[in-house]
Design a protein around this ligand. Structure first.
Ligand SMILES: NC(=O)c1ccc[n+]([C@@H]2O[C@H](COP(=O)([O-])OP(=O)(O)OC[C@H]3O[C@@H](n4cnc5c(N)ncnc54)[C@H](O)[C@@H]3O)[C@@H](O)[C@H]2O)c1
Ligand SMILES: O=C(O)CC[C@@H](O)C(=O)O
Length: 529
């Protein structure tokens, strides 16, 4: 079997390749060379990128074997996530890998602006000794405005606390209590513009935030204002910024990000009192190592069809530890469910009962579908394409949550309608301190059998001697029965037996057993890992 091809399209930490390990054919391509990228994509199962490779709908369509796009960093501005989702391609990023580095760069820009460090360095190296020309200002007792108090804005606030400055912030989605915990006073955008000596921006670029800092905002600013943007280009209106600096409406700016990167030909390049860095927020050895290792891990999980916590286009995201053990059980129940169906499934209800529903259990629906499709489609089933497979087949899937579970602390059920009008179901739970996976219900019959690799499910008319009949058939064929449970609703009615056996059943044996016991239903269910 050839190894899956993993394409590395930009420079990543060497730790990335180490973390990918020996199981992949790792190839390099220059992601900014469009022709080379499109030529390399058809063979790739995964592609690892930073911010320079554009994976738009055309590139995603070229990746006919593509299963995962991994962004070694945070921003996904260069990935068409919608097109990827439609193509069943998982998109992952490394959301926390570079937050410290980005926060530290913002602080570097603030201090560089306050003390003219880049200009003073250039002058000193040119043999000049202009000390008064570079008289700066302290951060001590100044007002510093933070726009966006998320991951990076918070780290900036925590680090600035040591400067004894007054920190104010504009973030309409943060509560005053949270801000207070950080020693930050929340303010409106206008107040931040009016009161700040320094401002640092840490928000995403959205329709709402594009051009958020423009001429009207600069008109409110103090002439001493120095503004830093290490978040995304376009949040500051670049023309308005050029005017504000040229007219000395504000004192200076530090930019790591631009509307166009690189900002070739921009008026920003010719200005004094502005410090530019070429999108270096994540460019530290530590951030690159963290991002590379994180996405390598995600690629491994994704190509194994496993749940990937950092996937951005799959419901689930961060999974609570209470929910996590239910995932493999639900996948196995999905396989049992597909094994029970002897006519096409027309609807699926994934039912979750018990205390577990306090948490986000959407992932259990994906797990059920992944298990269901695992043995019935030839393509590899993942958490991304499983819902698409259901949609393509017109199978409506519902997640039903119920906080009360009568017999078990938590109960997972997959119930489905069949084209022949019948209904099938299977339920499972995790029991004891060892969280043993058990099947506790099949088609309305109460059972209690541990989940095993090979199961035989039989329904027949309850009468004496049946167990001896099928026992001897399996024994004669050398099939060892490891466990057995018989269940019935009324004596003399229908009975359901579940056997766990140590090995797959040979061809023909089931037909013999079916005839011997006159079984109404007899299914062998082999659970694959
Ligand atoms: N320069 C770099 O290399 C670099 C590195 C990492 C991250 N970034 C960028 O930094 C930015 C911040 O990243 P993060 O991880 O802190 O994001 P985050 O999602 O943790 O925080 C963003 C914050 O912005 C707030 N926000 C959203 N819309 C807002 C609005 N209209 N007004 C005010 N606040 C608003 C949110 O409430 C949130 O608290 C992102 O744009 C990210 O892409 C840049
Ligand atoms: O250097 C990079 O890859 C971009 C860093 C940053 O903007 C991100 O989105 O993670």
């Amino acid at each position: 079997m050839p190894k899956p091809v993993v394409l590395i399209a930009e420079e990543l930490s060497p730790a990335t390749v180490d973390a990918l390990g020996p199981d992949f054919d790792i190839r390099n391509v220059d992601g900014t060379d469009r022709e080379a990228l499109l030529a390399a994509l058809p063979e790739a199962s995964a592609i690892l990128i930073r911010s320079a490779t554009h994976l738009d709908a055309e590139a995603i369509a070229a990746g006919t074997s593509l299963k995962v796009i991994a962004r070694a960093g945070v921003g996904l501005d260069n990935v068409d996530v919608k097109a990827a989702t439609e193509a069943g391609v998982m998109v992952v990023n490394a959301p926390t890998s570079n937050v410290v580095s980005a926060a530290e760069l913002a602080i570097g820009h603030l201090l560089s602006l306050a003390r003219f460090i880049p200009d003073a360095n250039r002058s000193a190296k040119a043999g000049e000794w202009k000390r008064s020309a570079f008289t700066g200002t302290e951060l001590f007792e100044k007002t510093i405005g933070i726009i966006g108090l998320g991951r990076i804005g918070t780290l900036v606030a925590q680090r600035l606390a040591g400067f004894d400055a007054a920190i104010i912030a504009y973030d309409p989605y943060v509560t005053p209590t949270r801000a207070q915990q950080l020693g930050v006073q929340l303010a409106s955008l206008d107040e931040v513009m009016e009161r700040s000596d320094f401002i640092t921006i840490h928000i995403p670029r959205t329709v709402e935030t594009t051009g958020m800092i423009g001429a009207a905002q600069f008109a409110k600013a103090r002439p001493s204002l120095r503004i830093v943007n290490c978040s995304r280009g376009g949040i500051i209106d670049e023309d308005a910024l050029v005017d504000a600096i040229r007219s000395k409406r504000i004192a200076g700016a530090g930019l790591d990000v631009f509307v166009n990167e690189p900002p070739t030909g921009s008026a920003l390049l010719g200005l004094d009192n502005i410090i530019l860095t070429p999108h270096l927020g994540a460019s530290t050895a530590e951030a690159q190592e963290k991002a590379g290792v994180a996405v390598a891990r995600s690629v491994r999980l994704a190509l194994d069809g496993e749940l990937v916590p950092d996937a951005v286009n799959v419901a689930g995201g961060v999974i609570d530890p209470t929910v996590r053990p239910g995932i493999p059980l639900m996948e196995k129940l999905g396989q049992v469910f597909s094994g029970l169906a002897d006519s096409p499934v027309t609807s699926i209800d994934v039912e979750v009962r018990g205390e577990i529903v306090e948490f986000d259990v959407n992932v259990l629906k994906l797990a059920a579908l992944k298990g269901y499709f695992t043995n019935i489609v030839s393509e590899s089933v993942s958490y991304v394409n499983a819902p698409l497979l259901a949609e393509q087949r017109g199978i409506p899937v519902r997640l039903v949550k119920e906080p009360v579970s009568d017999e078990y602390r938590n109960l997972l059920t997959i119930r489905g309608g069949l084209a022949d009008g019948m209904e099938i179901s299977v339920s499972g739970t995790l029991t004891g301190t060892k969280q043993v996976e058990k099947i506790v219900e099949i088609n309305g019959y109460d059972v209690e059998v541990p989940v095993a690799d090979h199961l035989i499910v039989m329904v027949y008319t309850d009468r004496p001697g049946i167990v001896a009949i099928f026992g001897s058939e399996f024994g004669d064929a050398g099939i060892n029965i490891a466990g057995m449970q018989v269940s019935r609703k009324v004596a003399g009615g229908q009975a359901l037996s579940v056997l766990t056996v140590d090995s797959p059943v040979p061809d023909g044996l089931l037909d013999k057993v079916r005839t011997a016991i006159d079984a109404e239903l007899l299914r062998e269910i082999d659970i694959t890992a």
